[in-house]
Write a protein that binds this ligand. Sequence first.
Ligand code: ADP
Ligand code: MG
Length: 450
Amino acid sequence: MPSVNAACVSVDEETIVLDQPSALIDIRGVCRSFPKGSGEQLLVLDKVDLSIRSGEIVGLLGRSGSGKSTLLRIIAGLVTPSSGSATCRGETIIGPPNGVAMVFQSFALFPWLTVLQNVELGLEALGIDATERRKRALAAIDLIGLDGFESAFPKELSGGMRQRVGFARALVVHPDLLLMDEPFSALDVLTAETLRTDLIDLWIEGRLPIKSVLMVTHNIEEAVLMCDRILVFSSNPGRVAAEIKVELPHPRNRLDPYFRQFVDNIYARMTQRAEPKAPSIEGIPGTGIGMTLHHVSSNVLSGLIETLAGPPYHGHADLPVLASQLQFEADEILHLGESLQLLRFAQLSEGDLMLTEAGKRFAHLDTDARKKLFAEHLLTYVPVMGLIRRVLDERPSHIAPATRFRNELEDYMSEDYASETLKTVVSWGRYAELFAYDEQSETFSLENPG
Ligand code: ADP
Ligand code: MG
């Protein structure tokens, strides 16, 4: 009997699938480039495919700069793809599509309007009459837990309450798709968790006047907590590297071993080497001068090496464990791990971080010897460090303006990343005593010329 039943179920399911409307959003082969500082194009999204159907919460998970916001803005009709197609209900997206609302990380409220006015604003463009507007705005305010704050101004509210206004303003239009761009990342940990849980509870109870959600995040646990499906983005350029279905019932428990398995699995995918790049040709992103350096302090790096070397890790740690123990977010621990890997003090693999021999050695040296070893690795493994040092050595003045290197970096990366990379170069170089840097005149110089 069970087998007969199973057969029936699968036929039923097939019928249901066939009856379902086609995808609400369809993204096919979407690429998007932006001009770099140097005037050339930086490929941010590369052949991205994505569909969103009614009834699901989809997460876009990826590192900072992987193009998540750009993709969201394409769906919101705020950015056009360079190539490929983006459709909403089968129609090409050429401006904000009907039935799509967005919640921003920065809340984006009007400070001179009350809560009620901010929420009603979402309806004005739809030509809904004043009575109905008021009714729906009050209902959204009530639903999202802002009852009693209708006449408050944004500045009178806490961050969490302000973001609730952001949600109410999006919900009031009863959108088919709610887009959320890191909506919790500007909130403190507890406030963020309360808001996440409230939203999921409302979603599960079917009380949210929306049909689907697309949420951008760089927080792995947040994605596993909330989403039915997670698309993991790789960076440089942004591509969909993996799709993970999270078939855990709600309410989900972060301590549940299955939950942990999902988190581990995603960490592993995010630390996997992308398909082997061509042997390091000068000019491809991620090698040579064009290597992006994330701004992580050398003190944090050396502290991390020390922690990794000691108990209970003894040189080998599981990234999610390390992140939660040291209270780092996924994005931060990955940047740290990558920096250590770049410097050959550790190796990332399948969601683990392991010290190399050099890393173990580093942990046991005194401060001066650490600086020397750090300097050695910087010059060997970070091409831009070698370049700066060479230029300073060669110039009789032993001085060089930062623009000299900034321009070179901008041939390979966006202005933002060039700035971040330069900032990192300065702080690592100072720690290693490779050169000095004067903020005022923005010049590099040799500390002990000759
Ligand atoms: P994420 O949201 O994943 O952090 P973004 O989509 O914001 O990533 O940005 C991806 C890359 O695209 C970054 O290098 C960023 O500097 C660049 N970028 C985004 N928008 C623009 C723009 N309007 N002009 C130039 N570069 C941009
Ligand atoms: Mg973003």
